[in-house]
Design a protein around this ligand. Sequence first.
Ligand SMILES: Cc1ncc(COP(=O)(O)O)c(C=O)c1O
Length: 387
Amino acid sequence: MGFEPSQRVAEIESFKVMDLLKRAKQLDAEGFDVVHMEAGEPDFATAPPIAEAAKAAIDTGLTQYTPAAGIPELRQAISDWYQQRYNLDISPERIIVTTGASSALLMIFALLTDGGQSFMMADPGYPCNRQFLRFLEAKTQLVSVDAEQNFQLTSELVKQNWQTNTAGVLLASPANPTGAVVHRDELAEIAMQVKNCGGSLVVDELYHGLTYEQDTPSVLELDQNAFVINSFSKYFGMTGWRLGWLVAPMDAAPELEKLAQNLMISPHTVSQYAALAAFKPETIQILEQRKEEFRKRRDLLVSGLRELNFDLPITPEGAFYVYAGAQHLTDNTFDYCWSLLEEDHIATTPGRDFGQHRCDQFIRFSYTTGLDRIELALERLQKRIRG
Ligand SMILES: Cc1ncc(COP(=O)(O)O)c(C=O)c1O
């Protein structure tokens, strides 16, 4: 290397699955019929009303910077969404539009942690959070969770693990990679516990809208001081448009806006005008149909994996992932996922990407592919396991 990377960057980890993804694409190019269950994004193209709104924005010349916190119309539309969906009155001034949940997470961690402080979160969990904190010279405090805790932090775990340098707690509900949801009573207790400890609660509500048992409450129904992350990526099917938002307490919003000005100047202009169409009834109708499709896929995948004795004590309630225990097949799912790809042409994500706790026993299957493809993957798995 002609340069010395900073200690900070040297310690940032890449996604371990990247090589596997590269190989899966290579196999596609070589003409193999790979079933793709590794992707963390909907397979559906963005809904037509959103795409049309983007085209209209370009045609009208709406291509310049916007205010750093987003165009007022979109902040108002998101505020209306909270009213419609959660019966919540959230002032648009508390809403900051971001370039995906990713930059919202980075900004909130930057706001809430000084160097050396830590944020508590569940292991397994979304890997980038740990890297964001490292980037900010802060620390991640991973707390191991299993099916007994519904793969989520509990108020008891928060209490037991709180340390003097803990700045706050991050929950994701529904979660990646487990699809697990924090239910209302537990969420209220966690919020109370975090408050009693003097910390901040951040809830990543990115997979809201994609729940198949009951609607998930927003933490804002229970605690107006919590910070919320959300995005147009998953339910709204706009991953590539790089648009999300955060909701902050009123007094935190100007600080975050200041950060947004410096880090982004503004979120993507065309994407913001496109997103105005995301809340239209005709779009929601399409998104709800897609959600029903996800539910069918989940049911097929969960029952197929259980049939093959994968360890799935809890049915995942949301997102589009199944985090399946494969300890009956291997004690090293990283190698196992590689051989699933090479020999059976099924692309999945090994547990190692999501943390350390029992990670080599788990495989994440994404149901971001059609029912026929899931059936094919299950057939291939059955053949491999049962011969
Ligand atoms: C839990 C979680 N949070 C945040 C993100 C980032 O999403 P985006 O930046 O596309 O909004 C992801 C992406 O997969 C995720 O799974």
